[in-house]
Design a protein around this ligand. Structure first.
Ligand code: HEM
Length: 420
């Protein structure tokens, strides 16, 4: 487990017994929300052993994500505690979520080009066409076999295709990118076992080598994609970014863009089935899709927690937090904090707009949030329009880990002669 050596024991009540193990269990991964409530009932800030805290309150999570004294646990913090600092992925993936200002800001600006509103509007027709292609594929699978794996056919395949377009990765490598993205997901998991970290490390090394080869090729034949744009930073020399660092950013970006969006799409399928009234309402009001995306990501966010350390002694909800303590801000719990959201467990696409923490907040606010919203806005209304009788045909399987709500499989079928 990834914990800090804090200077003193925080005066917080202990976390419910075995709660991390229970969150990692199969039922805990299917439905973590009762466990988040158990943590919340123990207190807004609870201790996980002497050196780490769990936080479930909206106000406290927002404080952690936005106040300047809170940093991400970076290379130096990890090295000082002998934590996984020398593994290949720690070297390779020293990227945005593990960097603090000022380096963080400089590298973030370098990658922000494709995520501006103008760039995304230019991308919209390509996303629309990829949505059509992938839903055609789902249609064919369902017609020929009566059943399909929604993850393999659409939920992971579509964001991979979009990311490949943005990054300039070859179409024929999409299956490879899908595999890399899944296999490296455990690198963002603070409670990964050594075996999971080792497997993710190996995949990261392979993915990094693959991207390095592509960057070398783009350096010889530049295009208009993000890889070519990033190379121009390397060439200009202003950013002092090495090619290895560029490759690391691309590796992280590809993974971050795929697993999260894939989880959102699969969550939507389950939500539409279990909340048919909401699905019917959205089908009748496709113009409200942005509202529905905000609510879906509040209700069951793809990223469940964020980790931070305070750079000086501080307090959270009155609890002293010594500098260097590792704090887990449970975004998914904050999004259901009853003191902030009315009836937080209810999925309601007509909920009045209220900011959730699904895409984080502050310095590390999700770089790809506008792209995720664009993908979902193009995808969800089409899914409802073309597949009004889509149903799950068995339970979903999920990857181990509690940070990302990664789906491995989700069998789907059409209900015969049915309507919603
Ligand atoms: C439903 C979709 C998505 C969700 C729920 C999501 C969620 C998040 C969250 C919560 C964070 C902040 C983590 C923290 O503060 O520690 C984050 C960061 C990030 N996300 Fe996303 N994300 C999504 C899609 C994407 C996409 C499509 C991309 C890229 C194409 C992306 C790229 C990133 C990057 C690069 C960061 C790190 C930003 C930084 O550290 O400055 N995400 N995401």
């Amino acid at each position: 487990m990834d914990t800090a050596t804090a200077t003193a024991t925080p005066a917080a009540p202990p976390a419910p017994r075995g709660v991390i193990r229970r969150l990692q269990s199969r039922p805990g991964r299917q439905d973590p929300f009762p466990l988040f409530e158990e943590i919340r009932n123990a207190g807004p800030v609870v201790s996980l052993g002497p050196h780490a805290l769990l936080v479930t309150g909206y106000t406290e999570c927002l404080q952690i994500l936005t106040h300047r004294i809170w940093h991400v646990p970076d290379h130096m913090w990890r090295a000082a505690r002998g934590l996984h600092s020398d593994g290949p992925s720690a070297q390779i993936l020293n990227t945005l979520p593990r960097l603090n200002p000022p380096l963080h800001g400089r590298l973030r600006r370098m990658q922000s080009g494709p995520f501006t509103p103008a760039a995304l509007e230019r991308l919209r027709p390509a996303v629309r066409s990829l949505v059509r292609v992938h839903l055609d594929r789902l249609d064919t699978e369902l017609t020929q076999h009566g059943q399909a794996d929604f993850i393999d056919t659409v939920a992971r395949a579509l964001p991979v295709a979009v990311m490949c377009d943005i990054l300039g990765m070859p179409t024929e490598d999409r299956a490879l990118i899908a595999r890399y993205s899944l296999e490296t997901a455990a690198l963002t998991e603070p409670f990964a076992t050594p075996a999971q970290t080792e497997a993710a490390d190996a995949a990261a090394v392979e993915f990094h080598a693959y991207v390095m080869a592509l960057l070398d090729e783009r350096a010889r034949n530049p295009g208009t994609d993000l890889m070519s744009q990033c190379l121009s930073h390397e060439r200009s020399g202003t950013g002092q970014v090495s090619r290895e660092e560029l490759a690391a950013h691309i590796v992280f970006l590809a993974g971050a863009g795929v697993e999260t969006t894939s989880s959102l799409f699969a969550t939507a399928v389950q939500a539409f089935e279990n909340h048919p009234g909401q699905a019917l309402w959205l089908a009748a009001h496709p113009e409200a899709v942005h509202q529905a995306i905000e609510e879906l990501t509040r209700w069951d966010p793809s990223v469940q927690n964020a980790v931070r350390v305070p750079t000086q002694d501080t307090t959270l909800a009155g609890t002293p937090v010594p500098a260097g303590t590792l704090v887990h801000a449970f975004i998914a719990a904050a999004n259901r904090d009853p003191s902030h959201f009315e009836d937080p467990h209810i999925l309601d696409f007509q909920r009045p707009p209220q900011r959730s923490l699904a895409f984080g907040a502050g310095t590390h606010y999700c770089l790809g949030a506008p792209l995720a919203r664009l993908n979902a806005a193009e995808f969800l209304p089409e899914l409802l329009r073309r597949f009004p009788t889509l149903r799950t045909a068995g339970p979903a399987t999920r990857a181990p880990g509690i940070n990302l709500r990664t789906f491995l499989t989700l069998p789907v079928t059409r209900r015969p002669n049915g309507t919603l």
